[in-house]
Design a protein around this ligand. Structure first.
Ligand SMILES: [Zn+2]
Length: 378
């Protein structure tokens, strides 16, 4: 087993500087993980991701299970080999997409039955199946299947989902450990997921129950799905307080640049979000001065880089006027350049956050970022 996690420093806000070791390299935390839904981070070649310094990316179990299929990927040597990415990969359980994309889903204690959004074929995703798919993919970190509910949710719905999430987590862990005892070192870490909607006591209950099952790391799920940012922070803090100090904590699906430091200050070590890649494809550029909506006419003759303070290779070479033209002309290069910059911006933001924790000034750094994003671009 080549996995380990160490907290190197905790600051006054509760933010942690850490080191996550995986068989495919060391990851400095807090870390932002670019999302590679279909075994690719949209618009980026892996060479670019390597140049940008991404240490870990996400893969989506639901999509890869349906197409091209986990068995095919397994036969071809696993997801890393298939997509030619040697650094770490985290896969989700597929649950979130089943709940948000598929039709005719029916949830029972056994699992969730759904129809593929691609061809309508019926599938059954169980906690065991989600673990089996991720083992075939060979991701470094795998997530257990949880029940995702829409929020705000009535308390009885949240309670029932929490109960099922814990039962499924136990089954997923048992299945994983059985595979490990049969096949030896699986070279994979399996994380549990805290649910509990927007009820502080349910978040605490979920965290306690998962800690009893004993995972090497824990995620906080079902947040940043429309509730106010303050509630996201409060629920994250409730869960994080009860999670073991020495294990990594992953807040799923966040967040906006000005919010990232708030989650880090609640003791979060890992985050992922489609925002930088999706926004890039919609001509929204994240910069040190705030968002730049590059299609705006004001940039037609702007000879400055996308972000004058950015050290990425796109900003070193291309102007705002050029990128605006590429978007106007519908050129694929527009998405490629914008995504490259936005991922650089997020990875660099996390680098600055790690530096701020190191020097004990995260709160100051965070309020500066928030002020810039409130003021908008210069
Ligand atoms: Zn740049």
């Amino acid at each position: 087993m080549n996995f380990s996690f160490e907290v190197l420093k905790t600051d006054a806000t509760g933010a942690r500087l850490g080191r996550l070791r995986t068989p495919r390299g060391e990851i400095k935390t807090p870390v932002f993980m670019p999302v590679g839904t279909q075994a690719t981070v949209k618009s980026l070649r892996n060479e670019a991701l390597e140049e940008l310094g991404a240490q870990i990316i996400l893969g989506n179990t639901y999509h890869l299970y349906l197409r091209p299929g986990h068995e095919l990927i397994g036969k071809l040597g696993g997801l890393h080999k298939f997509m030619s990415w040697e650094r770490a990969i985290l896969t989700d359980s597929g649950g979130y997409q089943v709940f948000s994309l598929s039709e005719l889903r029916k949830i029972t204690d056994e699992g969730v039955r759904f129809r593929s959004h691609l061809d309508g074929a019926e599938h059954l995703l169980t906690p065991e199946k989600a673990a089996e798919i991720q083992l075939a993919l060979g991701s470094d970190i795998a997530m257990v299947l949880d029940e995702c509910i829409a929020t705000p949710a009535p308390r009885e719905i949240a309670e029932a989902a929490l109960k099922r999430t814990t039962a499924w987590a136990k089954r997923a862990r048992a299945f994983f450990l059985q595979c490990a005892s049969r096949n030896g070192d699986l070279r994979q870490w399996q994380f549990g997921i805290v649910q509990g909607a927007t009820f502080p006591d349910l978040r605490r209950e979920s965290a306690q129950q998962l800690v009893e099952i004993d995972f090497p790391g824990y995620a906080v799920g079902g947040l940043a799905v429309g509730e106010p940012h303050g509630v996201t922070c409060e629920m994250t803090a409730e869960a994080a307080r009860l999670l073991p100090e020495g294990k990594p904590r992953y807040l799923m699906g966040v967040g906006r640049p000005e919010q990232i430091a708030d989650y880090v200050a609640r003791g979060i070590d890992m985050m992922d979000c489609v925002l930088p890649t999706r926004a890039a494809r919609h001509a929204c550029i994240y910069t040190s001065e705030g968002k730049v909506l590059i299609k705006n006419a004001r940039y037609a003759q702007d000879q400055r880089p996308l972000d004058p303070a950015c050290s990425c290779s796109v900003c070193a070479r291309y102007t705002r006027a050029y990128l605006r033209h590429l978007f106007a002309a519908g050129e694929l290069t527009a998405a490629i350049l914008a995504t490259h910059h936005n991922i650089h911006f997020y990875l660099d933001l996390l680098r600055q956050i790690r530096e701020a924790i190191e020097f004990g000034n995260l709160a100051k750094f965070s309020s500066e970022v928030q002020a810039r994003y409130a003021a908008g671009p210069a």
